[in-house]
Design a protein around this ligand. Structure first.
Ligand code: MG
Length: 370
């Protein structure tokens, strides 16, 4: 059995708002969405023939992205017209038709589609609706359709080639939602395979932002040790004859942690958000500022997953204070204590830290999507 793939890349993807075909946008790994999707099929080892549709506008650029063994055909004005054109180039017994904007297709899904189409004639991946579905023309709700017995249809959609060519020939100039609907209308039973929740179609701009599910950040801070100031680390008052000098409470540990969290989302630093010439932050409790930072990242759709920080101080000895600091910070961060790793070290008498003139902290933060 020979298996062909039609990858539909002739759309404009205007809803993503890039001002160009969204399939030509680079993902984190430096590959375009189109390449990532295509290589998911190439790496599966299930496909013998590749046909990619492209609009006249993107034709030359898409051509440069494709390996030599891929055919490229001009798309039509609609998806239906594009697939109809591409089907003329298919020589396989079974053909899979897939959206160029679904880069997370898995080997299992590809194999399920190939096997089911070969056995039954035609199939689509379907996912039971998680959300209740309703009709609406705009601001006001229309008819509720429910969710029980309703499915979201994905791609790849797979067919015996002769059957889907026959279906499209009978469809004439009519347009359809997808290839499965054309098949069902003119050929017969369209079988379902289990869809994959990760096999999303990148449609809106936030789908592209969401490509980064985990973010890392680092932060550093240093404050001078002086007399007549409190020493506060991670919100805990540490008994010592000196304390840290600063506009706020100079909590050098919490400051480095905040910078690490902000940096993970490229949200600048605490000096930017809480300027040290602003009286609102004079003697500020840094733990309260940390809570504000957590609100900022929440607005961006992220939360902290773990923190790791290293305090550099010659004196006082911090060993006995680490559990209280960890408890306090994990509480504020909404994490279990084992996700907050705090270590302390001296600098063996070296440099300004060694001379007990100051305390430094380095911190890293891992953030995940909410
Ligand atoms: Mg600071």
């Amino acid at each position: 059995m020979k298996t062909s793939l039609i990858l539909t890349c002739a759309g404009k993807g205007e809803r993503a708002g890039f001002g160009k075909n969204k399939l030509l946008v680079e993902m984190q790994n430096g590959k375009t969405v189109l390449e990532q999707t295509l290589f998911a099929f190439i790496d599966s080892g299930k496909i013998d023939e590749y046909i990619v549709t492209a609009s006249a506008e993107d034709f030359e650029q898409i051509k440069t992205l494709l390996p030599e063994f891929c055919k490229i055909v001009l798309g039509g004005g609609t998806r239906t017209a594009s697939v109809k054109n591409a089907l003329k180039a298919v020589s396989g017994d079974v053909v899979l038709i897939h959206d160029g904007a679904r880069p997370y297709v898995t080997n299992n899904l590809i194999a399920d589609c190939v096997n089911t189409a070969n056995e039954k004639g035609g199939c689509v991946p379907a996912l039971p609706c998680r959300d209740t579905v309703m009709e609406s023309g705009g601001d006001v709700a229309g008819k509720y359709l429910g969710k029980s017995g309703l499915y979201a249809v994905q791609t790849p959609q797979a067919f015996k080639t002769e059957l889907i060519i026959d279906a499209y020939a009978r469809a004439g100039e009519k347009t359809f939602n997808d290839d499965g609907e054309v098949y069902q209308r003119y050929i017969g039973d369209l079988y379902l395979v289990d869809g994959d929740v990760n096999n999303i179609k990148l449609t809106f701009r936030q789908d592209f932002d969401g490509l980064a599910q985990v973010r890392f950040g680092t932060g550093f801070d240093c404050h001078k040790l002086v007399e007549n100031r409190k020493l506060i680390l991670g919100g805990i008052l540490i008994p010592h004859e000196k304390g840290l000098l600063g506009h706020s409470d100079a909590d050098v540990l919490t400051h480095a942690i905040m910078d690490a969290i902000l940096s993970a989302l490229a949200l600048r630093d605490i000096g930017y958000h809480f300027p040290d010439n602003d009286n609102a932050f004079k003697d500020a409790d840094s733990i309260e500022l940390l809570k504000k930072v957590l609100e900022l990242i929440k607005d961006k759709g992220y939360k902290v997953q773990s923190i790791s920080a290293s305090i550099m101080a010659e004196k006082p000895k911090l060993k006995g204070h680490i559990p209280a600091i960890t408890d306090k910070l994990s509480n504020v961060l909404g994490l279990s204590p084992e996700m907050v790793g705090i270590s302390a070290t001296t600098l063996e008498g070296l440099g300004f830290v060694g001379r007990e003139e100051g305390i430094c902290t380095h911190a890293t933060a891992t953030l995940i999507r909410i």
